[in-house]
Design a binder for this molecule. Structure first.
Ligand code: COA
Length: 187
């Protein structure tokens, strides 16, 4: 399976590109929001330095091939409105996990479906993946609906998998095969 090359992906409304240090303030604004982070695997950020550290980690992960994270930006304005990530690569098995987060003011406009369709296509074609998995908080209905539109299937449930802010939660595990994606003709 290939390592990552410099990656920029474009759809009619969005450009997906690597994060840079100048994104720190925009990223902090997204990840500090309690509502956006309600079902996330860590607590909302409280310090701006967390954004700086996250971007450094994202660059390191890109270089060592452990995760591909892209910022989601609006083509019209260049505004950073979210992130999408392929991570937890098991290259021998051609699989990885997918994660995504969108700034609250931009929910409900179909942006994340558009962004994930680009990333999934990139994963199956350029990265030669065979399977992409998603791990959802069972109460995250918007995310479950979104994955359904992208042809993921609910494959199982894991109990008490996360401990965030003192609260235990389980995971709904979704899977998408390259053959599912091809059979459905994409998004
Ligand atoms: C989940 C998320 C990415 C969805 O992005 P989005 O661009 O708003 O997605 P869409 O506009 O395609 O909306 C998804 C669907 O969920 C529905 N929806 C939105 N909020 C909902 C809610 N609270 N309950 C149930 N359905 C909801 C929408 O109506 C839409 O369905 P429709 O296409 O039939 O109208 C976004 O809400 C988000 O970033 N949330 C916070 C982070 C997060 O939970 N990430 C996923 C972790 S696994």
């Amino acid at each position: 399976m290939p390592r990552f090359l410099p990656t920029t992906l474009r759809s009619p409304r969005l450009t997906l590109r690597m994060l840079t240090p100048s994104d720190a303030a925009s990223l902090f604004a997204i990840y500090r929001d309690d509502e956006t982070m309600r079902y996330w695997s860590c607590a909302p950020w409280r310090e701006p330095v967390q954004a700086v550290e996250h971007i450094t980690r994202s660059e390191d992960n890109y270089r060592d091939g452990s995760a591909l994270q892209l910022g989601v930006t609006l083509r019209d304005t260049g505004e950073l409105i979210g992130t999408v990530t392929l991570y937890a690569f098991m290259r021998a098995n051609r699989r990885c996990e997918i994660g995504y987060l969108l700034a609250r003011p931009h929910w409900g406009h179909g942006y994340m479906g558009e962004a994930l369709a680009l990333l999934i296509e990139h994963g199956f074609e350029q990265l030669e993946l065979n399977r992409i998995e998603a791990d959802l908080h069972p109460a995250n209905q918007a995310s479950a609906k979104l994955l359904g539109k992208l042809h993921f299937r609910l494959e199982g449930q894991l109990r008490e998998r996360w401990l965030v802010n003192g609260e235990l939660s389980g995971s709904d595990i979704y899977g998408l095969l390259r053959s599912d994606w091809r059979a459905a003709g994409g998004f």
